[in-house]
Design a protein around this ligand. Sequence first.
Ligand code: NAG
Ligand code: NAG
Ligand code: NAG
Ligand code: NAG
Ligand code: NAG
Ligand code: NAG
Ligand code: NAG
Ligand code: NAG
Ligand code: NAG
Length: 400
Amino acid sequence: MKTSLHMVAILLLAFLTIAAIDFGICNGSHDVVCPQREKQALSSFKQDLKDPSDRLSSWKVDEDCCKWAGVVCDNLTGHVLVLHLRNPPYYYPDSSLGGEINPFLLNLKHLNYLDLSGNDFQGISIPSFIGSLATLQYLNLSDARFEGTIPHQLGNLSGLRFLSLKGGMHVENLQWLLGLSHLEHLDLGGVNLTSEHNWLQVINNLPSLVELHLSDCQLDHIPQLTGVNFTSLAILDLSKNDFRSLIPRWIFSLSSLVFLDLGSNMFHCPFPMVQSNMTLLRYLDLSWNDLNCTVPSWLYSFSRLEFLDLHFNHLQGEISNKIGNLSCLISLKISHNNLGGRLPNAIANLASLNTLDLSVNGLVGRLPNAIGNLASLDTLTYQVMNLRDGCRAGWEGFVT
Ligand SMILES: *[C@@H]1O[C@H](CO)[C@@H](O)[C@H](O)[C@H]1NC(C)=O
Ligand SMILES: *[C@@H]1O[C@H](CO)[C@@H](O)[C@H](O)[C@H]1NC(C)=O
Ligand SMILES: *[C@@H]1O[C@H](CO)[C@@H](O)[C@H](O)[C@H]1NC(C)=O
Ligand SMILES: *[C@@H]1O[C@H](CO)[C@@H](O)[C@H](O)[C@H]1NC(C)=O
Ligand SMILES: *[C@@H]1O[C@H](CO)[C@@H](O)[C@H](O)[C@H]1NC(C)=O
Ligand SMILES: *[C@@H]1O[C@H](CO)[C@@H](O)[C@H](O)[C@H]1NC(C)=O
Ligand SMILES: *[C@@H]1O[C@H](CO)[C@@H](O)[C@H](O)[C@H]1NC(C)=O
Ligand SMILES: *[C@@H]1O[C@H](CO)[C@@H](O)[C@H](O)[C@H]1NC(C)=O
Ligand SMILES: *[C@@H]1O[C@H](CO)[C@@H](O)[C@H](O)[C@H]1NC(C)=O
């Protein structure tokens, strides 16, 4: 009896040991280490960087490079997949990396994610060999003080889905974008695109686009499109350009749009006559343009709208009672226009309203009493023309 119990105990122990070894092999993640060749590539990359704050102090040659800060490896093969070296903005003390980007990076044959955004490369150009990191799906070089021409070789990154190049660069043209047919997110904010007259035709060949940021690109011409291919677009930012034209009709056919910023341009009236299909729109900014007609009634059909900014235009006419349809509005800014008439009582339908700016218009009369029912209202700026004595009676205040 005693011996057989002993036997069972030994067998159990053996079984557990085998199970433990097995598990270790199956799981594997603590056994994989970064391949020597990739560790060397990263070491060379580090050598050419300036790192005054010693952000890369964990990059020690006698340690597994999969444990280095910002490095993520495949948990089965150990290949380096991700280099996440973004410098957080406004971080103190400054932890920017700078210097040169060593082409040994090309030895990371499995790299799919490279983020160097927010660093300070002090005006060097984006090296053209980045276009040979063939496995990249995500490339973020935004706000990293790269200057000069964006290398067209980036067009060889055919698997790219996210491309962020916000900053003070310029392009000769954008034809290279045609190689990036899987692109979902494109940010060229701040890039000087004046040399590319066909920017929209090029972008229209990127059918997978979901986000497009072309703010502050010095664009002055926005063509009409007969057929829009990027029908999945949810975010469109064309603010801070020099468009002096009508707002093109095709924008209002983007039925997936959630965010539309056309602010700080010189768009003028009339608005297109549209049967707009943008039923998902939640953010609309048309501020700082040259719009001098009445607010089109279709604007009141965007029933999910949360942010509406029309301030600094020359809009005329009255605010329609249909404003009550925009019952999701959180922020409504229509100051600095030529709007007249009374504020309609329907404003009291906007139960989520938090910010209401009506100042510097020609509105007359008292605020509707119903405005007192707006429980969320935090900031109200209103100014009326008191017609009886012909002088401007200011009423500005904050409601809490
Ligand atoms: C695999 O190993 C990792 C790292 O050591 C550990 O966190 C994880 O829990 C393990 N997974 C299993 C299923 O044992
Ligand atoms: C390992 O990789 C697989 C596939 O990429 C992933 O599903 C899993 O969560 C990873 N495991 C760990 C511990 O990272
Ligand atoms: C790129 O990095 C910046 C900040 O450094 C960030 O705001 C932006 O969202 C990133 N782009 C993508 C596509 O993740
Ligand atoms: C792709 O790379 C080849 C050489 O590797 C180069 O000649 C070509 O210009 C690149 N294509 C683009 C679109 O940049
Ligand atoms: C933008 O690029 C154009 C043409 O390359 C150039 O003439 C213009 O000066 C640039 N704008 C700025 C602000 O650098
Ligand atoms: C995009 O639409 C245009 C017509 O506006 C068409 O000529 C072109 O072939 C389309 N491109 C793609 C990639 O679908
Ligand atoms: C909205 O959709 C309808 C039907 O799908 C279509 O006929 C109309 O042209 C679209 N409106 C715009 C502005 O694209
Ligand atoms: C709007 O501005 C244009 C150009 O300055 C002008 O021709 C037009 O009469 C203005 N419309 C209104 C309603 O003031
Ligand atoms: C206002 O909303 C009602 C019902 O939600 C809808 O029938 C009407 O067409 C809307 N008015 C406008 C101008 O969109």
